[in-house]
Design a protein around this ligand. Structure first.
Ligand SMILES: Cc1cc2nc3c(=O)[nH]c(=O)nc-3n(C[C@H](O)[C@H](O)[C@H](O)COP(=O)(O)O)c2cc1C
Length: 354
C-alpha cells in the first residue's frame, strides 16, 4: 500500500503542471481517491502466453505469488472436424486448474467451430470463453485467424452474428482479445463499430497492430478512443512492467474493467501481488518457484531438452531482474544440458541480485 501511495504521489506530481485547473492538493486527493476506487473494480488478468503460461506454470504462480484475479489459457486451436490437440485440452481440464479462475482462449475464424467448443467449455463449467483476435504469427494470420481475422471486418461481423444467434443469452460469456488492426491503428474505428454490436463480457485491447508484433509503444491515443466509444467493459493490455506503469494506465484511463499483464508478470512474478498492495519478490521465493517449476516439467515432459527449453524461455523474461548477473544469464541461455543450466541458475540465484 505504501509503495502504491508513493507512486501515486509521484505520478500526480509529475503530471501536475499539465492540469492547471485544480489546486495541487485537490489534484493529489482526487487522484488518490480515484486510484482507490479503481483498485476496487479493476480485475488483474494474467495474459495467455503460448508455450509458457500452461497449467503447470499457472498453478505454481498462483501458489507462490498470487495477485492475479484470473488466468487466460494460451489459445486452443480447432482443426478440421472439431479436432483439438490433446495437450491443449489437458491444459484447460478443470482438475488441472482447481482453485484458479481460468478463462480458456480459442483461436478460430469459423463460427461452427467456435460454437462447438464454447458448448464443450461450458460443460467444463467455464464462465468466460475468450476469442483470440490478436495472434500475430504468420502461420496463424495467413489462415485469417488471430490478428489475421481483423483484415476481414465484414466476415468478423458475420462470424459474431452467427455465434450470437446460435448461443443466445449464453453468448454474453464471450470475451474478445483484440489488437487495434492489422496494419493501421485507424482500423480500430470499424472494429469498434462491430464490437459495439454485441454484448461481450469484456473487450481486451492490446493497442498495437499486427505488424508491430510486441514492439514499440502501445498506441494509447487509439486505445483511449476505443475505450470512450466502447459499450462493453474494456480491459487494457500492453507494456505493464512495474507498479508505475500500472498506475499511469489506471490513473490515465478511467472506467477500465481490467488490466491484463503478460511479459511483466513473467519478468516479475510478484507484480500482480504488488499491485494489490503485497510485497515484492524475494530471491528465496524465486528460487523455490523456479526449482519447483523445473521439477514439475521434469515429471511431465518427455525429454530433458524440452525441460531445458521451457526453463530458458522463462529466463529470457526473468533476466530483466538480473542486470548485475548478465554474464551468468548469457551462459544460462547458452546451456546445452540441464546440468549446465543448473550451474548457471545457482550462480544467479545465490547472488542477491534482485
Ligand atoms: C511468447 C508469447 C506468447 C503469447 N501467446 C499468446 C496467446 O496464446 N494468446 C494471446 O491472446 N496472446 C498471446 N500473447 C500475447 C500476450 O498475451 C500479450 O497480449 C502481449 O504479450 C502484450 O502484453 P504485455 O506487454 O503485458 O506482455 C503471447 C505473447 C508472447 C510474447
Amino acid at each position: 500500500m505504501e509503495k502504491m501511495m508513493t507512486s501515486v504521489f509521484l505520478f500526480s506530481a509529475n503530471h501536475f503542471s499539465r492540469k492547471t485547473d485544480r489546486s495541487h492538493t485537490d489534484l493529489l486527493l482526487y487522484e488518490f481517491y480515484d486510484k482507490i476506487i479503481c483498485m476496487k473494480n479493476i480485475t488483474l488478468e494474467a495474459a495467455p502466453m503460448e508455450g509458457i503460461t500452461n497449467y503447470i506454470f499457472r498453478n505454481l504462480h498462483h501458489k507462490y505469488f498470487g495477485g492475479a484475479d484470473c488466468y487466460f489459457s494460451p489459445f486452443i486451436g480447432i482443426y478440421s472436424n472439431n479436432n483439438v490437440k490433446r495437450r491443449d485440452l489437458c491444459d484447460i481440464y478443470p482438475e488441472n486448474n482447481s482453485g484458479i479462475r481460468l478463462v480458456p482462449q480459442v483461436l478460430t475464424n469459423r463460427a461452427e467451430n467456435f460454437i462447438w467448443i464454447f458448448k464443450k467449455l461450458r460443460e467444463f463449467g467455464y464462465e468466460e470463453i475468450n476469442l483470440n483476435l490478436g495472434c500475430p504469427s504468420g502461420t496463424v494470420t495467413a489462415k485469417g485467424r488471430g490478428a489475421g481475422f481483423l483484415i476481414y471486418p465484414d466476415k468478423l461481423e458475420e462470424f459474431f452474428d452467427q455465434v450470437f444467434d446460435a448461443l443466445g443469452d449464453e453468448a454474453k460469456l464471450i470475451s474478445v482479445k483484440t489488437r487495434i488492426g492489422f496494419s493501421n491503428p485507424s482500423e480500430m474505428e470499424r472494429l469498434t463499430e462491430i464490437y459495439n454490436k454485441f454484448p461481450f463480457k469484456e473487450l481486451i485491447i492490446h493497442p498495437r497492430v499486427r505488424e508491430e508484433y510486441y514492439n514499440g509503444s502501445p498506441h494509447l491515443d487509439t486505445f483511449e478512443k476505443a475505450l470512450n466509444a466502447s459499450t462493453v467493459p474494456v480491459c487494457y493490455n500492453g507494456n505493464i512492467f512495474n507498479l508505475n506503469d500500472y498506475n499511469q494506465i489506471t490513473i490515465g484511463f478511467h472506467n477500465l474493467s481490467g488490466v491484463m499483464i503478460g511479459r511483466g508478470l513473467l519478468a516479475d512474478p510478484s507484480l500482480a501481488r504488488q499491485i494489490k498492495g503485497g510485497k515484492a519478490m524475494t530471491i528465496d521465493e524465486l528460487r523455490t518457484f523456479i526449482n519447483e517449476l523445473e521439477a514439475a516439467y521434469t515429471e511431465h515432459l518427455k525429454s530433458e531438452r524440452n525441460v531445458l527449453f521451457k526453463m530458458k524461455e522463462l529466463w529470457t523474461y526473468l533476466a530483466r531482474n538480473f542486470s548485475g548477473g548478465d554474464r551468468y544469464i548469457k551462459k544460462l541461455l547458452k546451456a546445452k544440458t540441464l546440468t549446465e543450466y543448473r550451474v548457471q541458475k545457482n550462480l544467479i540465484l545465490n547472488d542477491d541480485m534482485i
